[in-house]
Design a binder for this molecule. Structure first.
Ligand code: SF4
Ligand code: SF4
Length: 115
């Protein structure tokens, strides 16, 4: 999610839909910014945001009510997958995963005119 984008601060669906895996170098103890206590080990080189690898995922850093008002508690220090994930994707093309996450939480897809 991006707290710089209006649809995201009223959504948060992606933070409660997908596993968020990232390189261990982004952990605070490894010189990054993600607090170690909010992550679980995945492999020797990867870890993931706690709460994102289960049947009903929800990142432990997500605050608020999905579809109403949300915040990321570690926004300035969120890992790369979170920085790369936005409604319009990296190349300005509507992000299908955003649409799927919103649908999963009963939210209508965003359209270009809403961004
Ligand atoms: S699912 Fe889409 S609109 Fe919702 S927070 Fe994530 S990127 Fe933003
Ligand atoms: S770290 Fe923040 S932006 Fe990333 S999944 Fe968790 S709540 Fe969402």
């Amino acid at each position: 999610m991006s707290q710089d984008l209006d649809p995201c601060i009223r959504c948060g669906a992606c933070c409660a839909s997908f596993r968020v895996s990232f390189d261990r170098s982004q952990l605070l103890s490894e010189g990054g910014g993600v607090p170690d206590g909010l992550a679980d080990d995945e492999t020797a080189t990867l870890c993931r945001m706690r709460g994102t690898d289960c049947g009903c995922p929800r990142c432990v850093a997500l605050i608020g009510v999905i579809g109403q008002a949300v915040q990321c508690a570690i926004y300035a220090f969120r890992p790369d997958p979170c920085r790369d994930f936005s409604p319009d994707g990296l190349a300005g093309i509507l992000n299908d995963a955003c649409t799927r996450a919103r649908r999963h939480h009963g939210l209508a897809p965003l359209h270009g005119s809403c961004l």
